[in-house]
Design a protein around this ligand. Structure first.
Ligand code: PLP
Length: 391
């Protein structure tokens, strides 16, 4: 409990203002504990979490299997660098390759780092080649990843950006027309997340696959947000049966700890040569132990089937709500366009209904609940939303 009984102790708010660079517009709450789909603030108020750390806590907060794996590993060995071998790292690489593209793995610490590695792999495959990306894409904030994130307001202050990025409309025709002998890679999110939750069509993914095959370019799927069971399949590409050459993952991968990865198909496992790339913390034993436990949880077919069913229920219930114009999504990655501004609703949801959601676009609400959510928690959240939109 904070001394003033508020969910945001004044010393935390003032300390953040004084010492944290102002990169985020934070909502006025300080969370101190989480379990499953619930969070508690500093005053002991309980919240339903339908954002899961922006798609990170897919297994829920403090999943007992992740906590046990981390506790065990953190007391044994935390870090040695990649100049040596550790078993959790090799085991995670094996598991990731086996459950996706079957090639080799580069381990890092975040989604942006996974994008950077993928961009460098593309350059390795086709020196000086172009990378085709889609409008509305989001691939991260580091300079390379930002260059592949065609949003003017995010890019403009930091120009010059990486050259050789070609932005096209997210249609099958536009992608097919943009790929040629000059293309190193097509980079896309099978479900665009930050752009407002737009699942890409099977037709687009197939056109990208065909165009890449025709011209020897790499097809890269950024599953940083839509992977790790989020859409009701372990990987979103499984919905359409279109396989990429490289897959990036992060967010949900570590069950709450920071980790990212690029997985290749067997053909492209040897693109990086020694000293081409690296990361001091990449694949640290603790993060790998957490990821192995998280994978055990989300790779369960029973859980994935529930994600699909709960996702359908969430989408159909959202479509019935007043103020909702359009609902999009796959599994438990859902966006709802509104007839009004979403920002004030996000704040009111937090304050009045103790429901955590966010707005990736001015009139779009996004729902990314933990995948271990119960039916009852889903109905509870819908009840809170109904009340919110009715008042
Ligand atoms: N790629 C996608 C699809 C994302 O949604 C994000 C983050 O939202 C990133 C990359 C960047 O990940 P990170 O914030 O871990 O660098």
């Amino acid at each position: 409990m904070s001394r003033d009984g508020s969910g945001l102790p004044e010393e935390v708010r003032a300390g953040a203002e004084r010492y944290l660079m102002p990169t985020y517009a934070r909502l006025p709450v300080c969370f101190v504990r989480g379990a499953g789909a619930r969070l508690w603030d500093a005053a002991g108020n309980e919240y339903l979490d339908f954002l899961a750390g922006i798609g990170v806590c897919n297994v829920g907060h403090c999943h007992p299997r992740v906590v046990a794996a981390v506790r065990e590993q953190v007391g044994r060995l935390m870090h040695v660098s990649n100049l040596f071998y550790t078993a959790p790292q090799v085991e995670l690489a094996r598991r990731l390759a086996d459950c996706s593209l079957g090639g080799k793995v580069f381990l890092c610490n975040s989604g942006a780092e996974a994008t950077e590695a993928a961009l460098k792999l593309a350059r390795r495959a086709r020196p000086r080649g172009e990378v085709v990306v889609l409008e509305r894409a989001f691939h991260g904030r580091t300079l390379g990843a930002l260059s592949a994130t065609p949003q003017r307001e995010k890019q403009a202050p930091f120009e010059p950006l990486l050259p050789g990025i070609r932005v096209v409309e997210p249609t099958a025709e536009a992608v097919a027309a943009a790929v040629g002998p000059q293309t190193a890679a097509v980079l896309l999110e099978p479900v665009q997340g930050e752009g407002g939750v737009f699942p890409l069509s099977a037709e687009l993914l197939k056109a990208a696959r065909e165009a890449c095959d025709r011209h020897g370019a790499l097809l890269v799927f950024d599953e940083v947000q839509c992977g790790m069971g989020r859409t009701g399949r372990l990987w979103a590409y499984e919905h359409h049966g279109v396989l990429p050459d490289l897959l990036t993952t992060a967010k949900g991968l570590g069950g709450g700890l920071a980790i990212g990865a690029v997985v290749s198909s067997p053909r492209y496992g040897e693109l990086f040569r020694p000293s081409d790339h690296g990361s001091t913390f990449g694949g640290s034993p603790v993060a790998c132990a957490a990821a192995l436990a998280a994978l055990d949880v989300v790779a369960e077919e029973r859980l994935l089937a529930r994600v699909r069913a709960l996702g359908e229920r969430l989408r159909s219930a959202l479509a019935e709500l007043p103020a909702v114009r359009e609902v999009r999504g796959l599994g438990l990655m859902v966006g709802a366009d509104l007839d009004r501004e979403a920002g004030p609703l996000v704040e009111r949801a937090l304050r009045e209904e103790r429901l955590v959601i966010n707005a990736p676009r001015p009139q779009t609400l996004r729902f990314l609940p933990p995948l271990i959510l119960s039916e009852q928690e889903l109905e509870e959240a819908l009840g809170r939303l109904r009340r919110l939109l009715a008042s």
